[in-house]
Design a protein around this ligand. Structure first.
Ligand code: SP5
Ligand code: ZN
Length: 342
C-alpha cells in the first residue's frame, strides 16, 4: 500500500511537555515519524509519496472557524505578547465558569481552546499540522481513486483534537478530515475505528451528533487513563448521532486475547453500520513497552489486528496517531499494514 508522508512534520519539535510536574522532553517528537518511516520501508512499503496541498475547506466542515484562526495565529500572538518560551495555558474554563466568549488575550485564548496542557505550542507547529492534514486528505483521495488501502503517516497526531479543542499532542483531527473527504466524494456511510491506547475524545467530539460517521474507540479506561473525561461506555452519541458512537474501555495489562474480543465487537458494529470505508486511527501505544500507557500487546499481535480489520472487506485508510518511546513502534505499525494486506 502507498504511504503518504511529509518532511514538514519536523517543524513540530517542541522542547517541553508538562509531565509529572516538570517540563520534560516530549514523548511526541520527530523521531517517531522517522522510526516508523524507516521500519515500514524496511518491511517493503516503498511507495512513499509527499502529500498534495489542500485548503481548509474540509477542516472547516469539522472544526470551529475561530479555532482554526487560533491555530494559525497563536504563535505570532504569543510572541507579540512578549513571551519567549513555548506556549502553555495557565487558566482553563471549568465547571461553573462562563466560557461562552473566547477571550481576546492570547494567554486566555490558549486555555479556552485547550483540553489538556502537556501540549506546548511552538513556532513551527502550524506548518506541521497543515502537512499532517494534507497527508490525511491525500490518503483519502487515494482511496477515492479506487485503491483499497493507504497509510497516512501523519504527525502530529489528531484524535484528541475536537471541534474547538487541542491537546494530547493533537491540533487538527486528521482521521475525521480523511473520513469527511471520503463522504464528500460520494460515500454515504463511513466508520472511524480508533485503536490508539487513549480514547479518541477529539474524534468523538467532531462526530458525536452525526449518523454518517460511526465512531468506535478501544482504549484504557478513562477512570485510569488520559484523557480521563471522555471514553466511557455510556457515551453512545447524541441527537441523530445516537447509537453511532461506541466506546470499549479496558483495564491495566489488557492482553491481546481480551483486546481481540473488544476489537471483534467493534468490527461487528462497523459492519452493521454499513460503512463503505474505514479510517483506522492507528496508535501503537497499546504496545507492552509504551512509556505512557498500560496495555500488554506484543509486536506479533499487530499482524492479527491488521488481519481482523481487513476482514471487514472494505477500503481502509490508516492514519497515524500515538505510540512512543521505543523503536519497535515502527515494526508494530508495519505489522498492522502487513496484516491488512494478507
Ligand atoms: C495521540 C496520543 O497518544 N496522545 C496521548 C497524550 C497523552 N498525554 C498525557 C500523558 C500522561 C501519561 N501519564 C502516564 C505516566 C506513566 N508513567
Ligand atoms: Zn495515544
Amino acid at each position: 500500500m502507498r504511504v503518504i508522508y511529509s518532511e514538514d512534520h519536523k517543524f513540530r519539535d517542541a522542547k517541553t511537555e508538562l509531565h509529572g510536574g516538570e517540563l520534560m522532553k516530549p514523548f511526541e517528537g520527530p523521531f517517531r515519524a522517522e522510526w516508523i518511516l524507516a521500519a515500514v520501508k524496511e518491511q517493503g512499503f516503498k511507495d512513499v509519496r509527499a502529500p498534495e496541498k489542500y485548503d481548509l475547506s474540509v477542516p472547516m466542515k469539522l472544526h470551529d472557524h475561530g479555532y482554526l484562526n487560533f491555530l494559525e495565529t497563536v504563535w505570532e500572538r504569543w510572541v507579540a505578547a512578549g513571551f519567549t518560551t513555548e506556549a502553555i495555558p495557565i487558566s482553563l474554563p471549568v465547571r461553573r465558569s462562563y466560557c461562552a466568549r473566547p477571550p481576546e488575550n492570547i494567554d486566555g485564548l490558549l486555555g479556552y481552546y485547550a483540553n489538556s496542557v502537556e501540549t506546548s505550542i511552538t513556532e513551527g507547529t502550524y506548518k506541521a499540522v497543515i502537512a499532517a492534514k494534507d497527508c490525511a486528505l491525500s490518503a483519502a483521495d487515494h482511496l477515492n481513486a479506487g485503491h483499497h488501502f493507504v497509510f497516512s503517516l501523519s504527525r502530529p497526531p489528531g484524535h484528541h483534537a475536537g471541534i474547538d479543542l487541542y491537546g494530547g499532542y493533537c491540533f487538527l483531527n486528521n482521521a475525521a478530515i480523511a473520513a469527511q473527504r471520503v463522504l464528500d466524494h460520494g460515500a454515504k456511510k463511513v466508520a472511524i475505528l480508533d485503536v490508539d491506547f487513549h480514547h479518541g475524545n477529539g474524534t468523538q467530539d467532531v462526530t458525536y451528533e452525526r449518523d454518517d460517521i460511526f465512531f468506535a474507540s478501544l482504549h484504557g479506561d478513562p477512570m485510569d487513563a488520559f484523557p480521563y473525561f471522555w471514553g466511557h461506555r455510556e457515551e453512545v452519541g447524541k441527537s441523530r448521532g445516537e447509537g453511532f458512537n461506541a466506546n470499549f474501555p479496558m483495564p491495566r495489562n489488557t492482553p491481546w486475547s481480551v483486546y481481540a474480543e473488544a476489537l471483534e465487537a467493534a468490527l461487528k458494529r462497523i459492519s452493521e453500520h454499513g460503512a463503505e470505508a474505514l479510517v483506522l486511527s492507528l496508535g501503537v501505544d497499546t504496545f507492552e513497552k509504551d512509556p505512557i500507557s498500560f496495555f500488554s500487546l506484543k509486536t506479533e499481535d499487530y499482524l492479527k489486528m491488521g488481519a481482523m480489520v481487513a476482514g471487514l472487506g472494505i477500503p481502509v485508510l490508516v492514519v497515524m496517531e500515538g505510540g512512543y518511546g521505543v523503536p519497535e513502534i515502527g515494526y508494530n505499525v508495519a505489522n498492522v499494514l502487513i496484516g491488512l494486506e494478507q
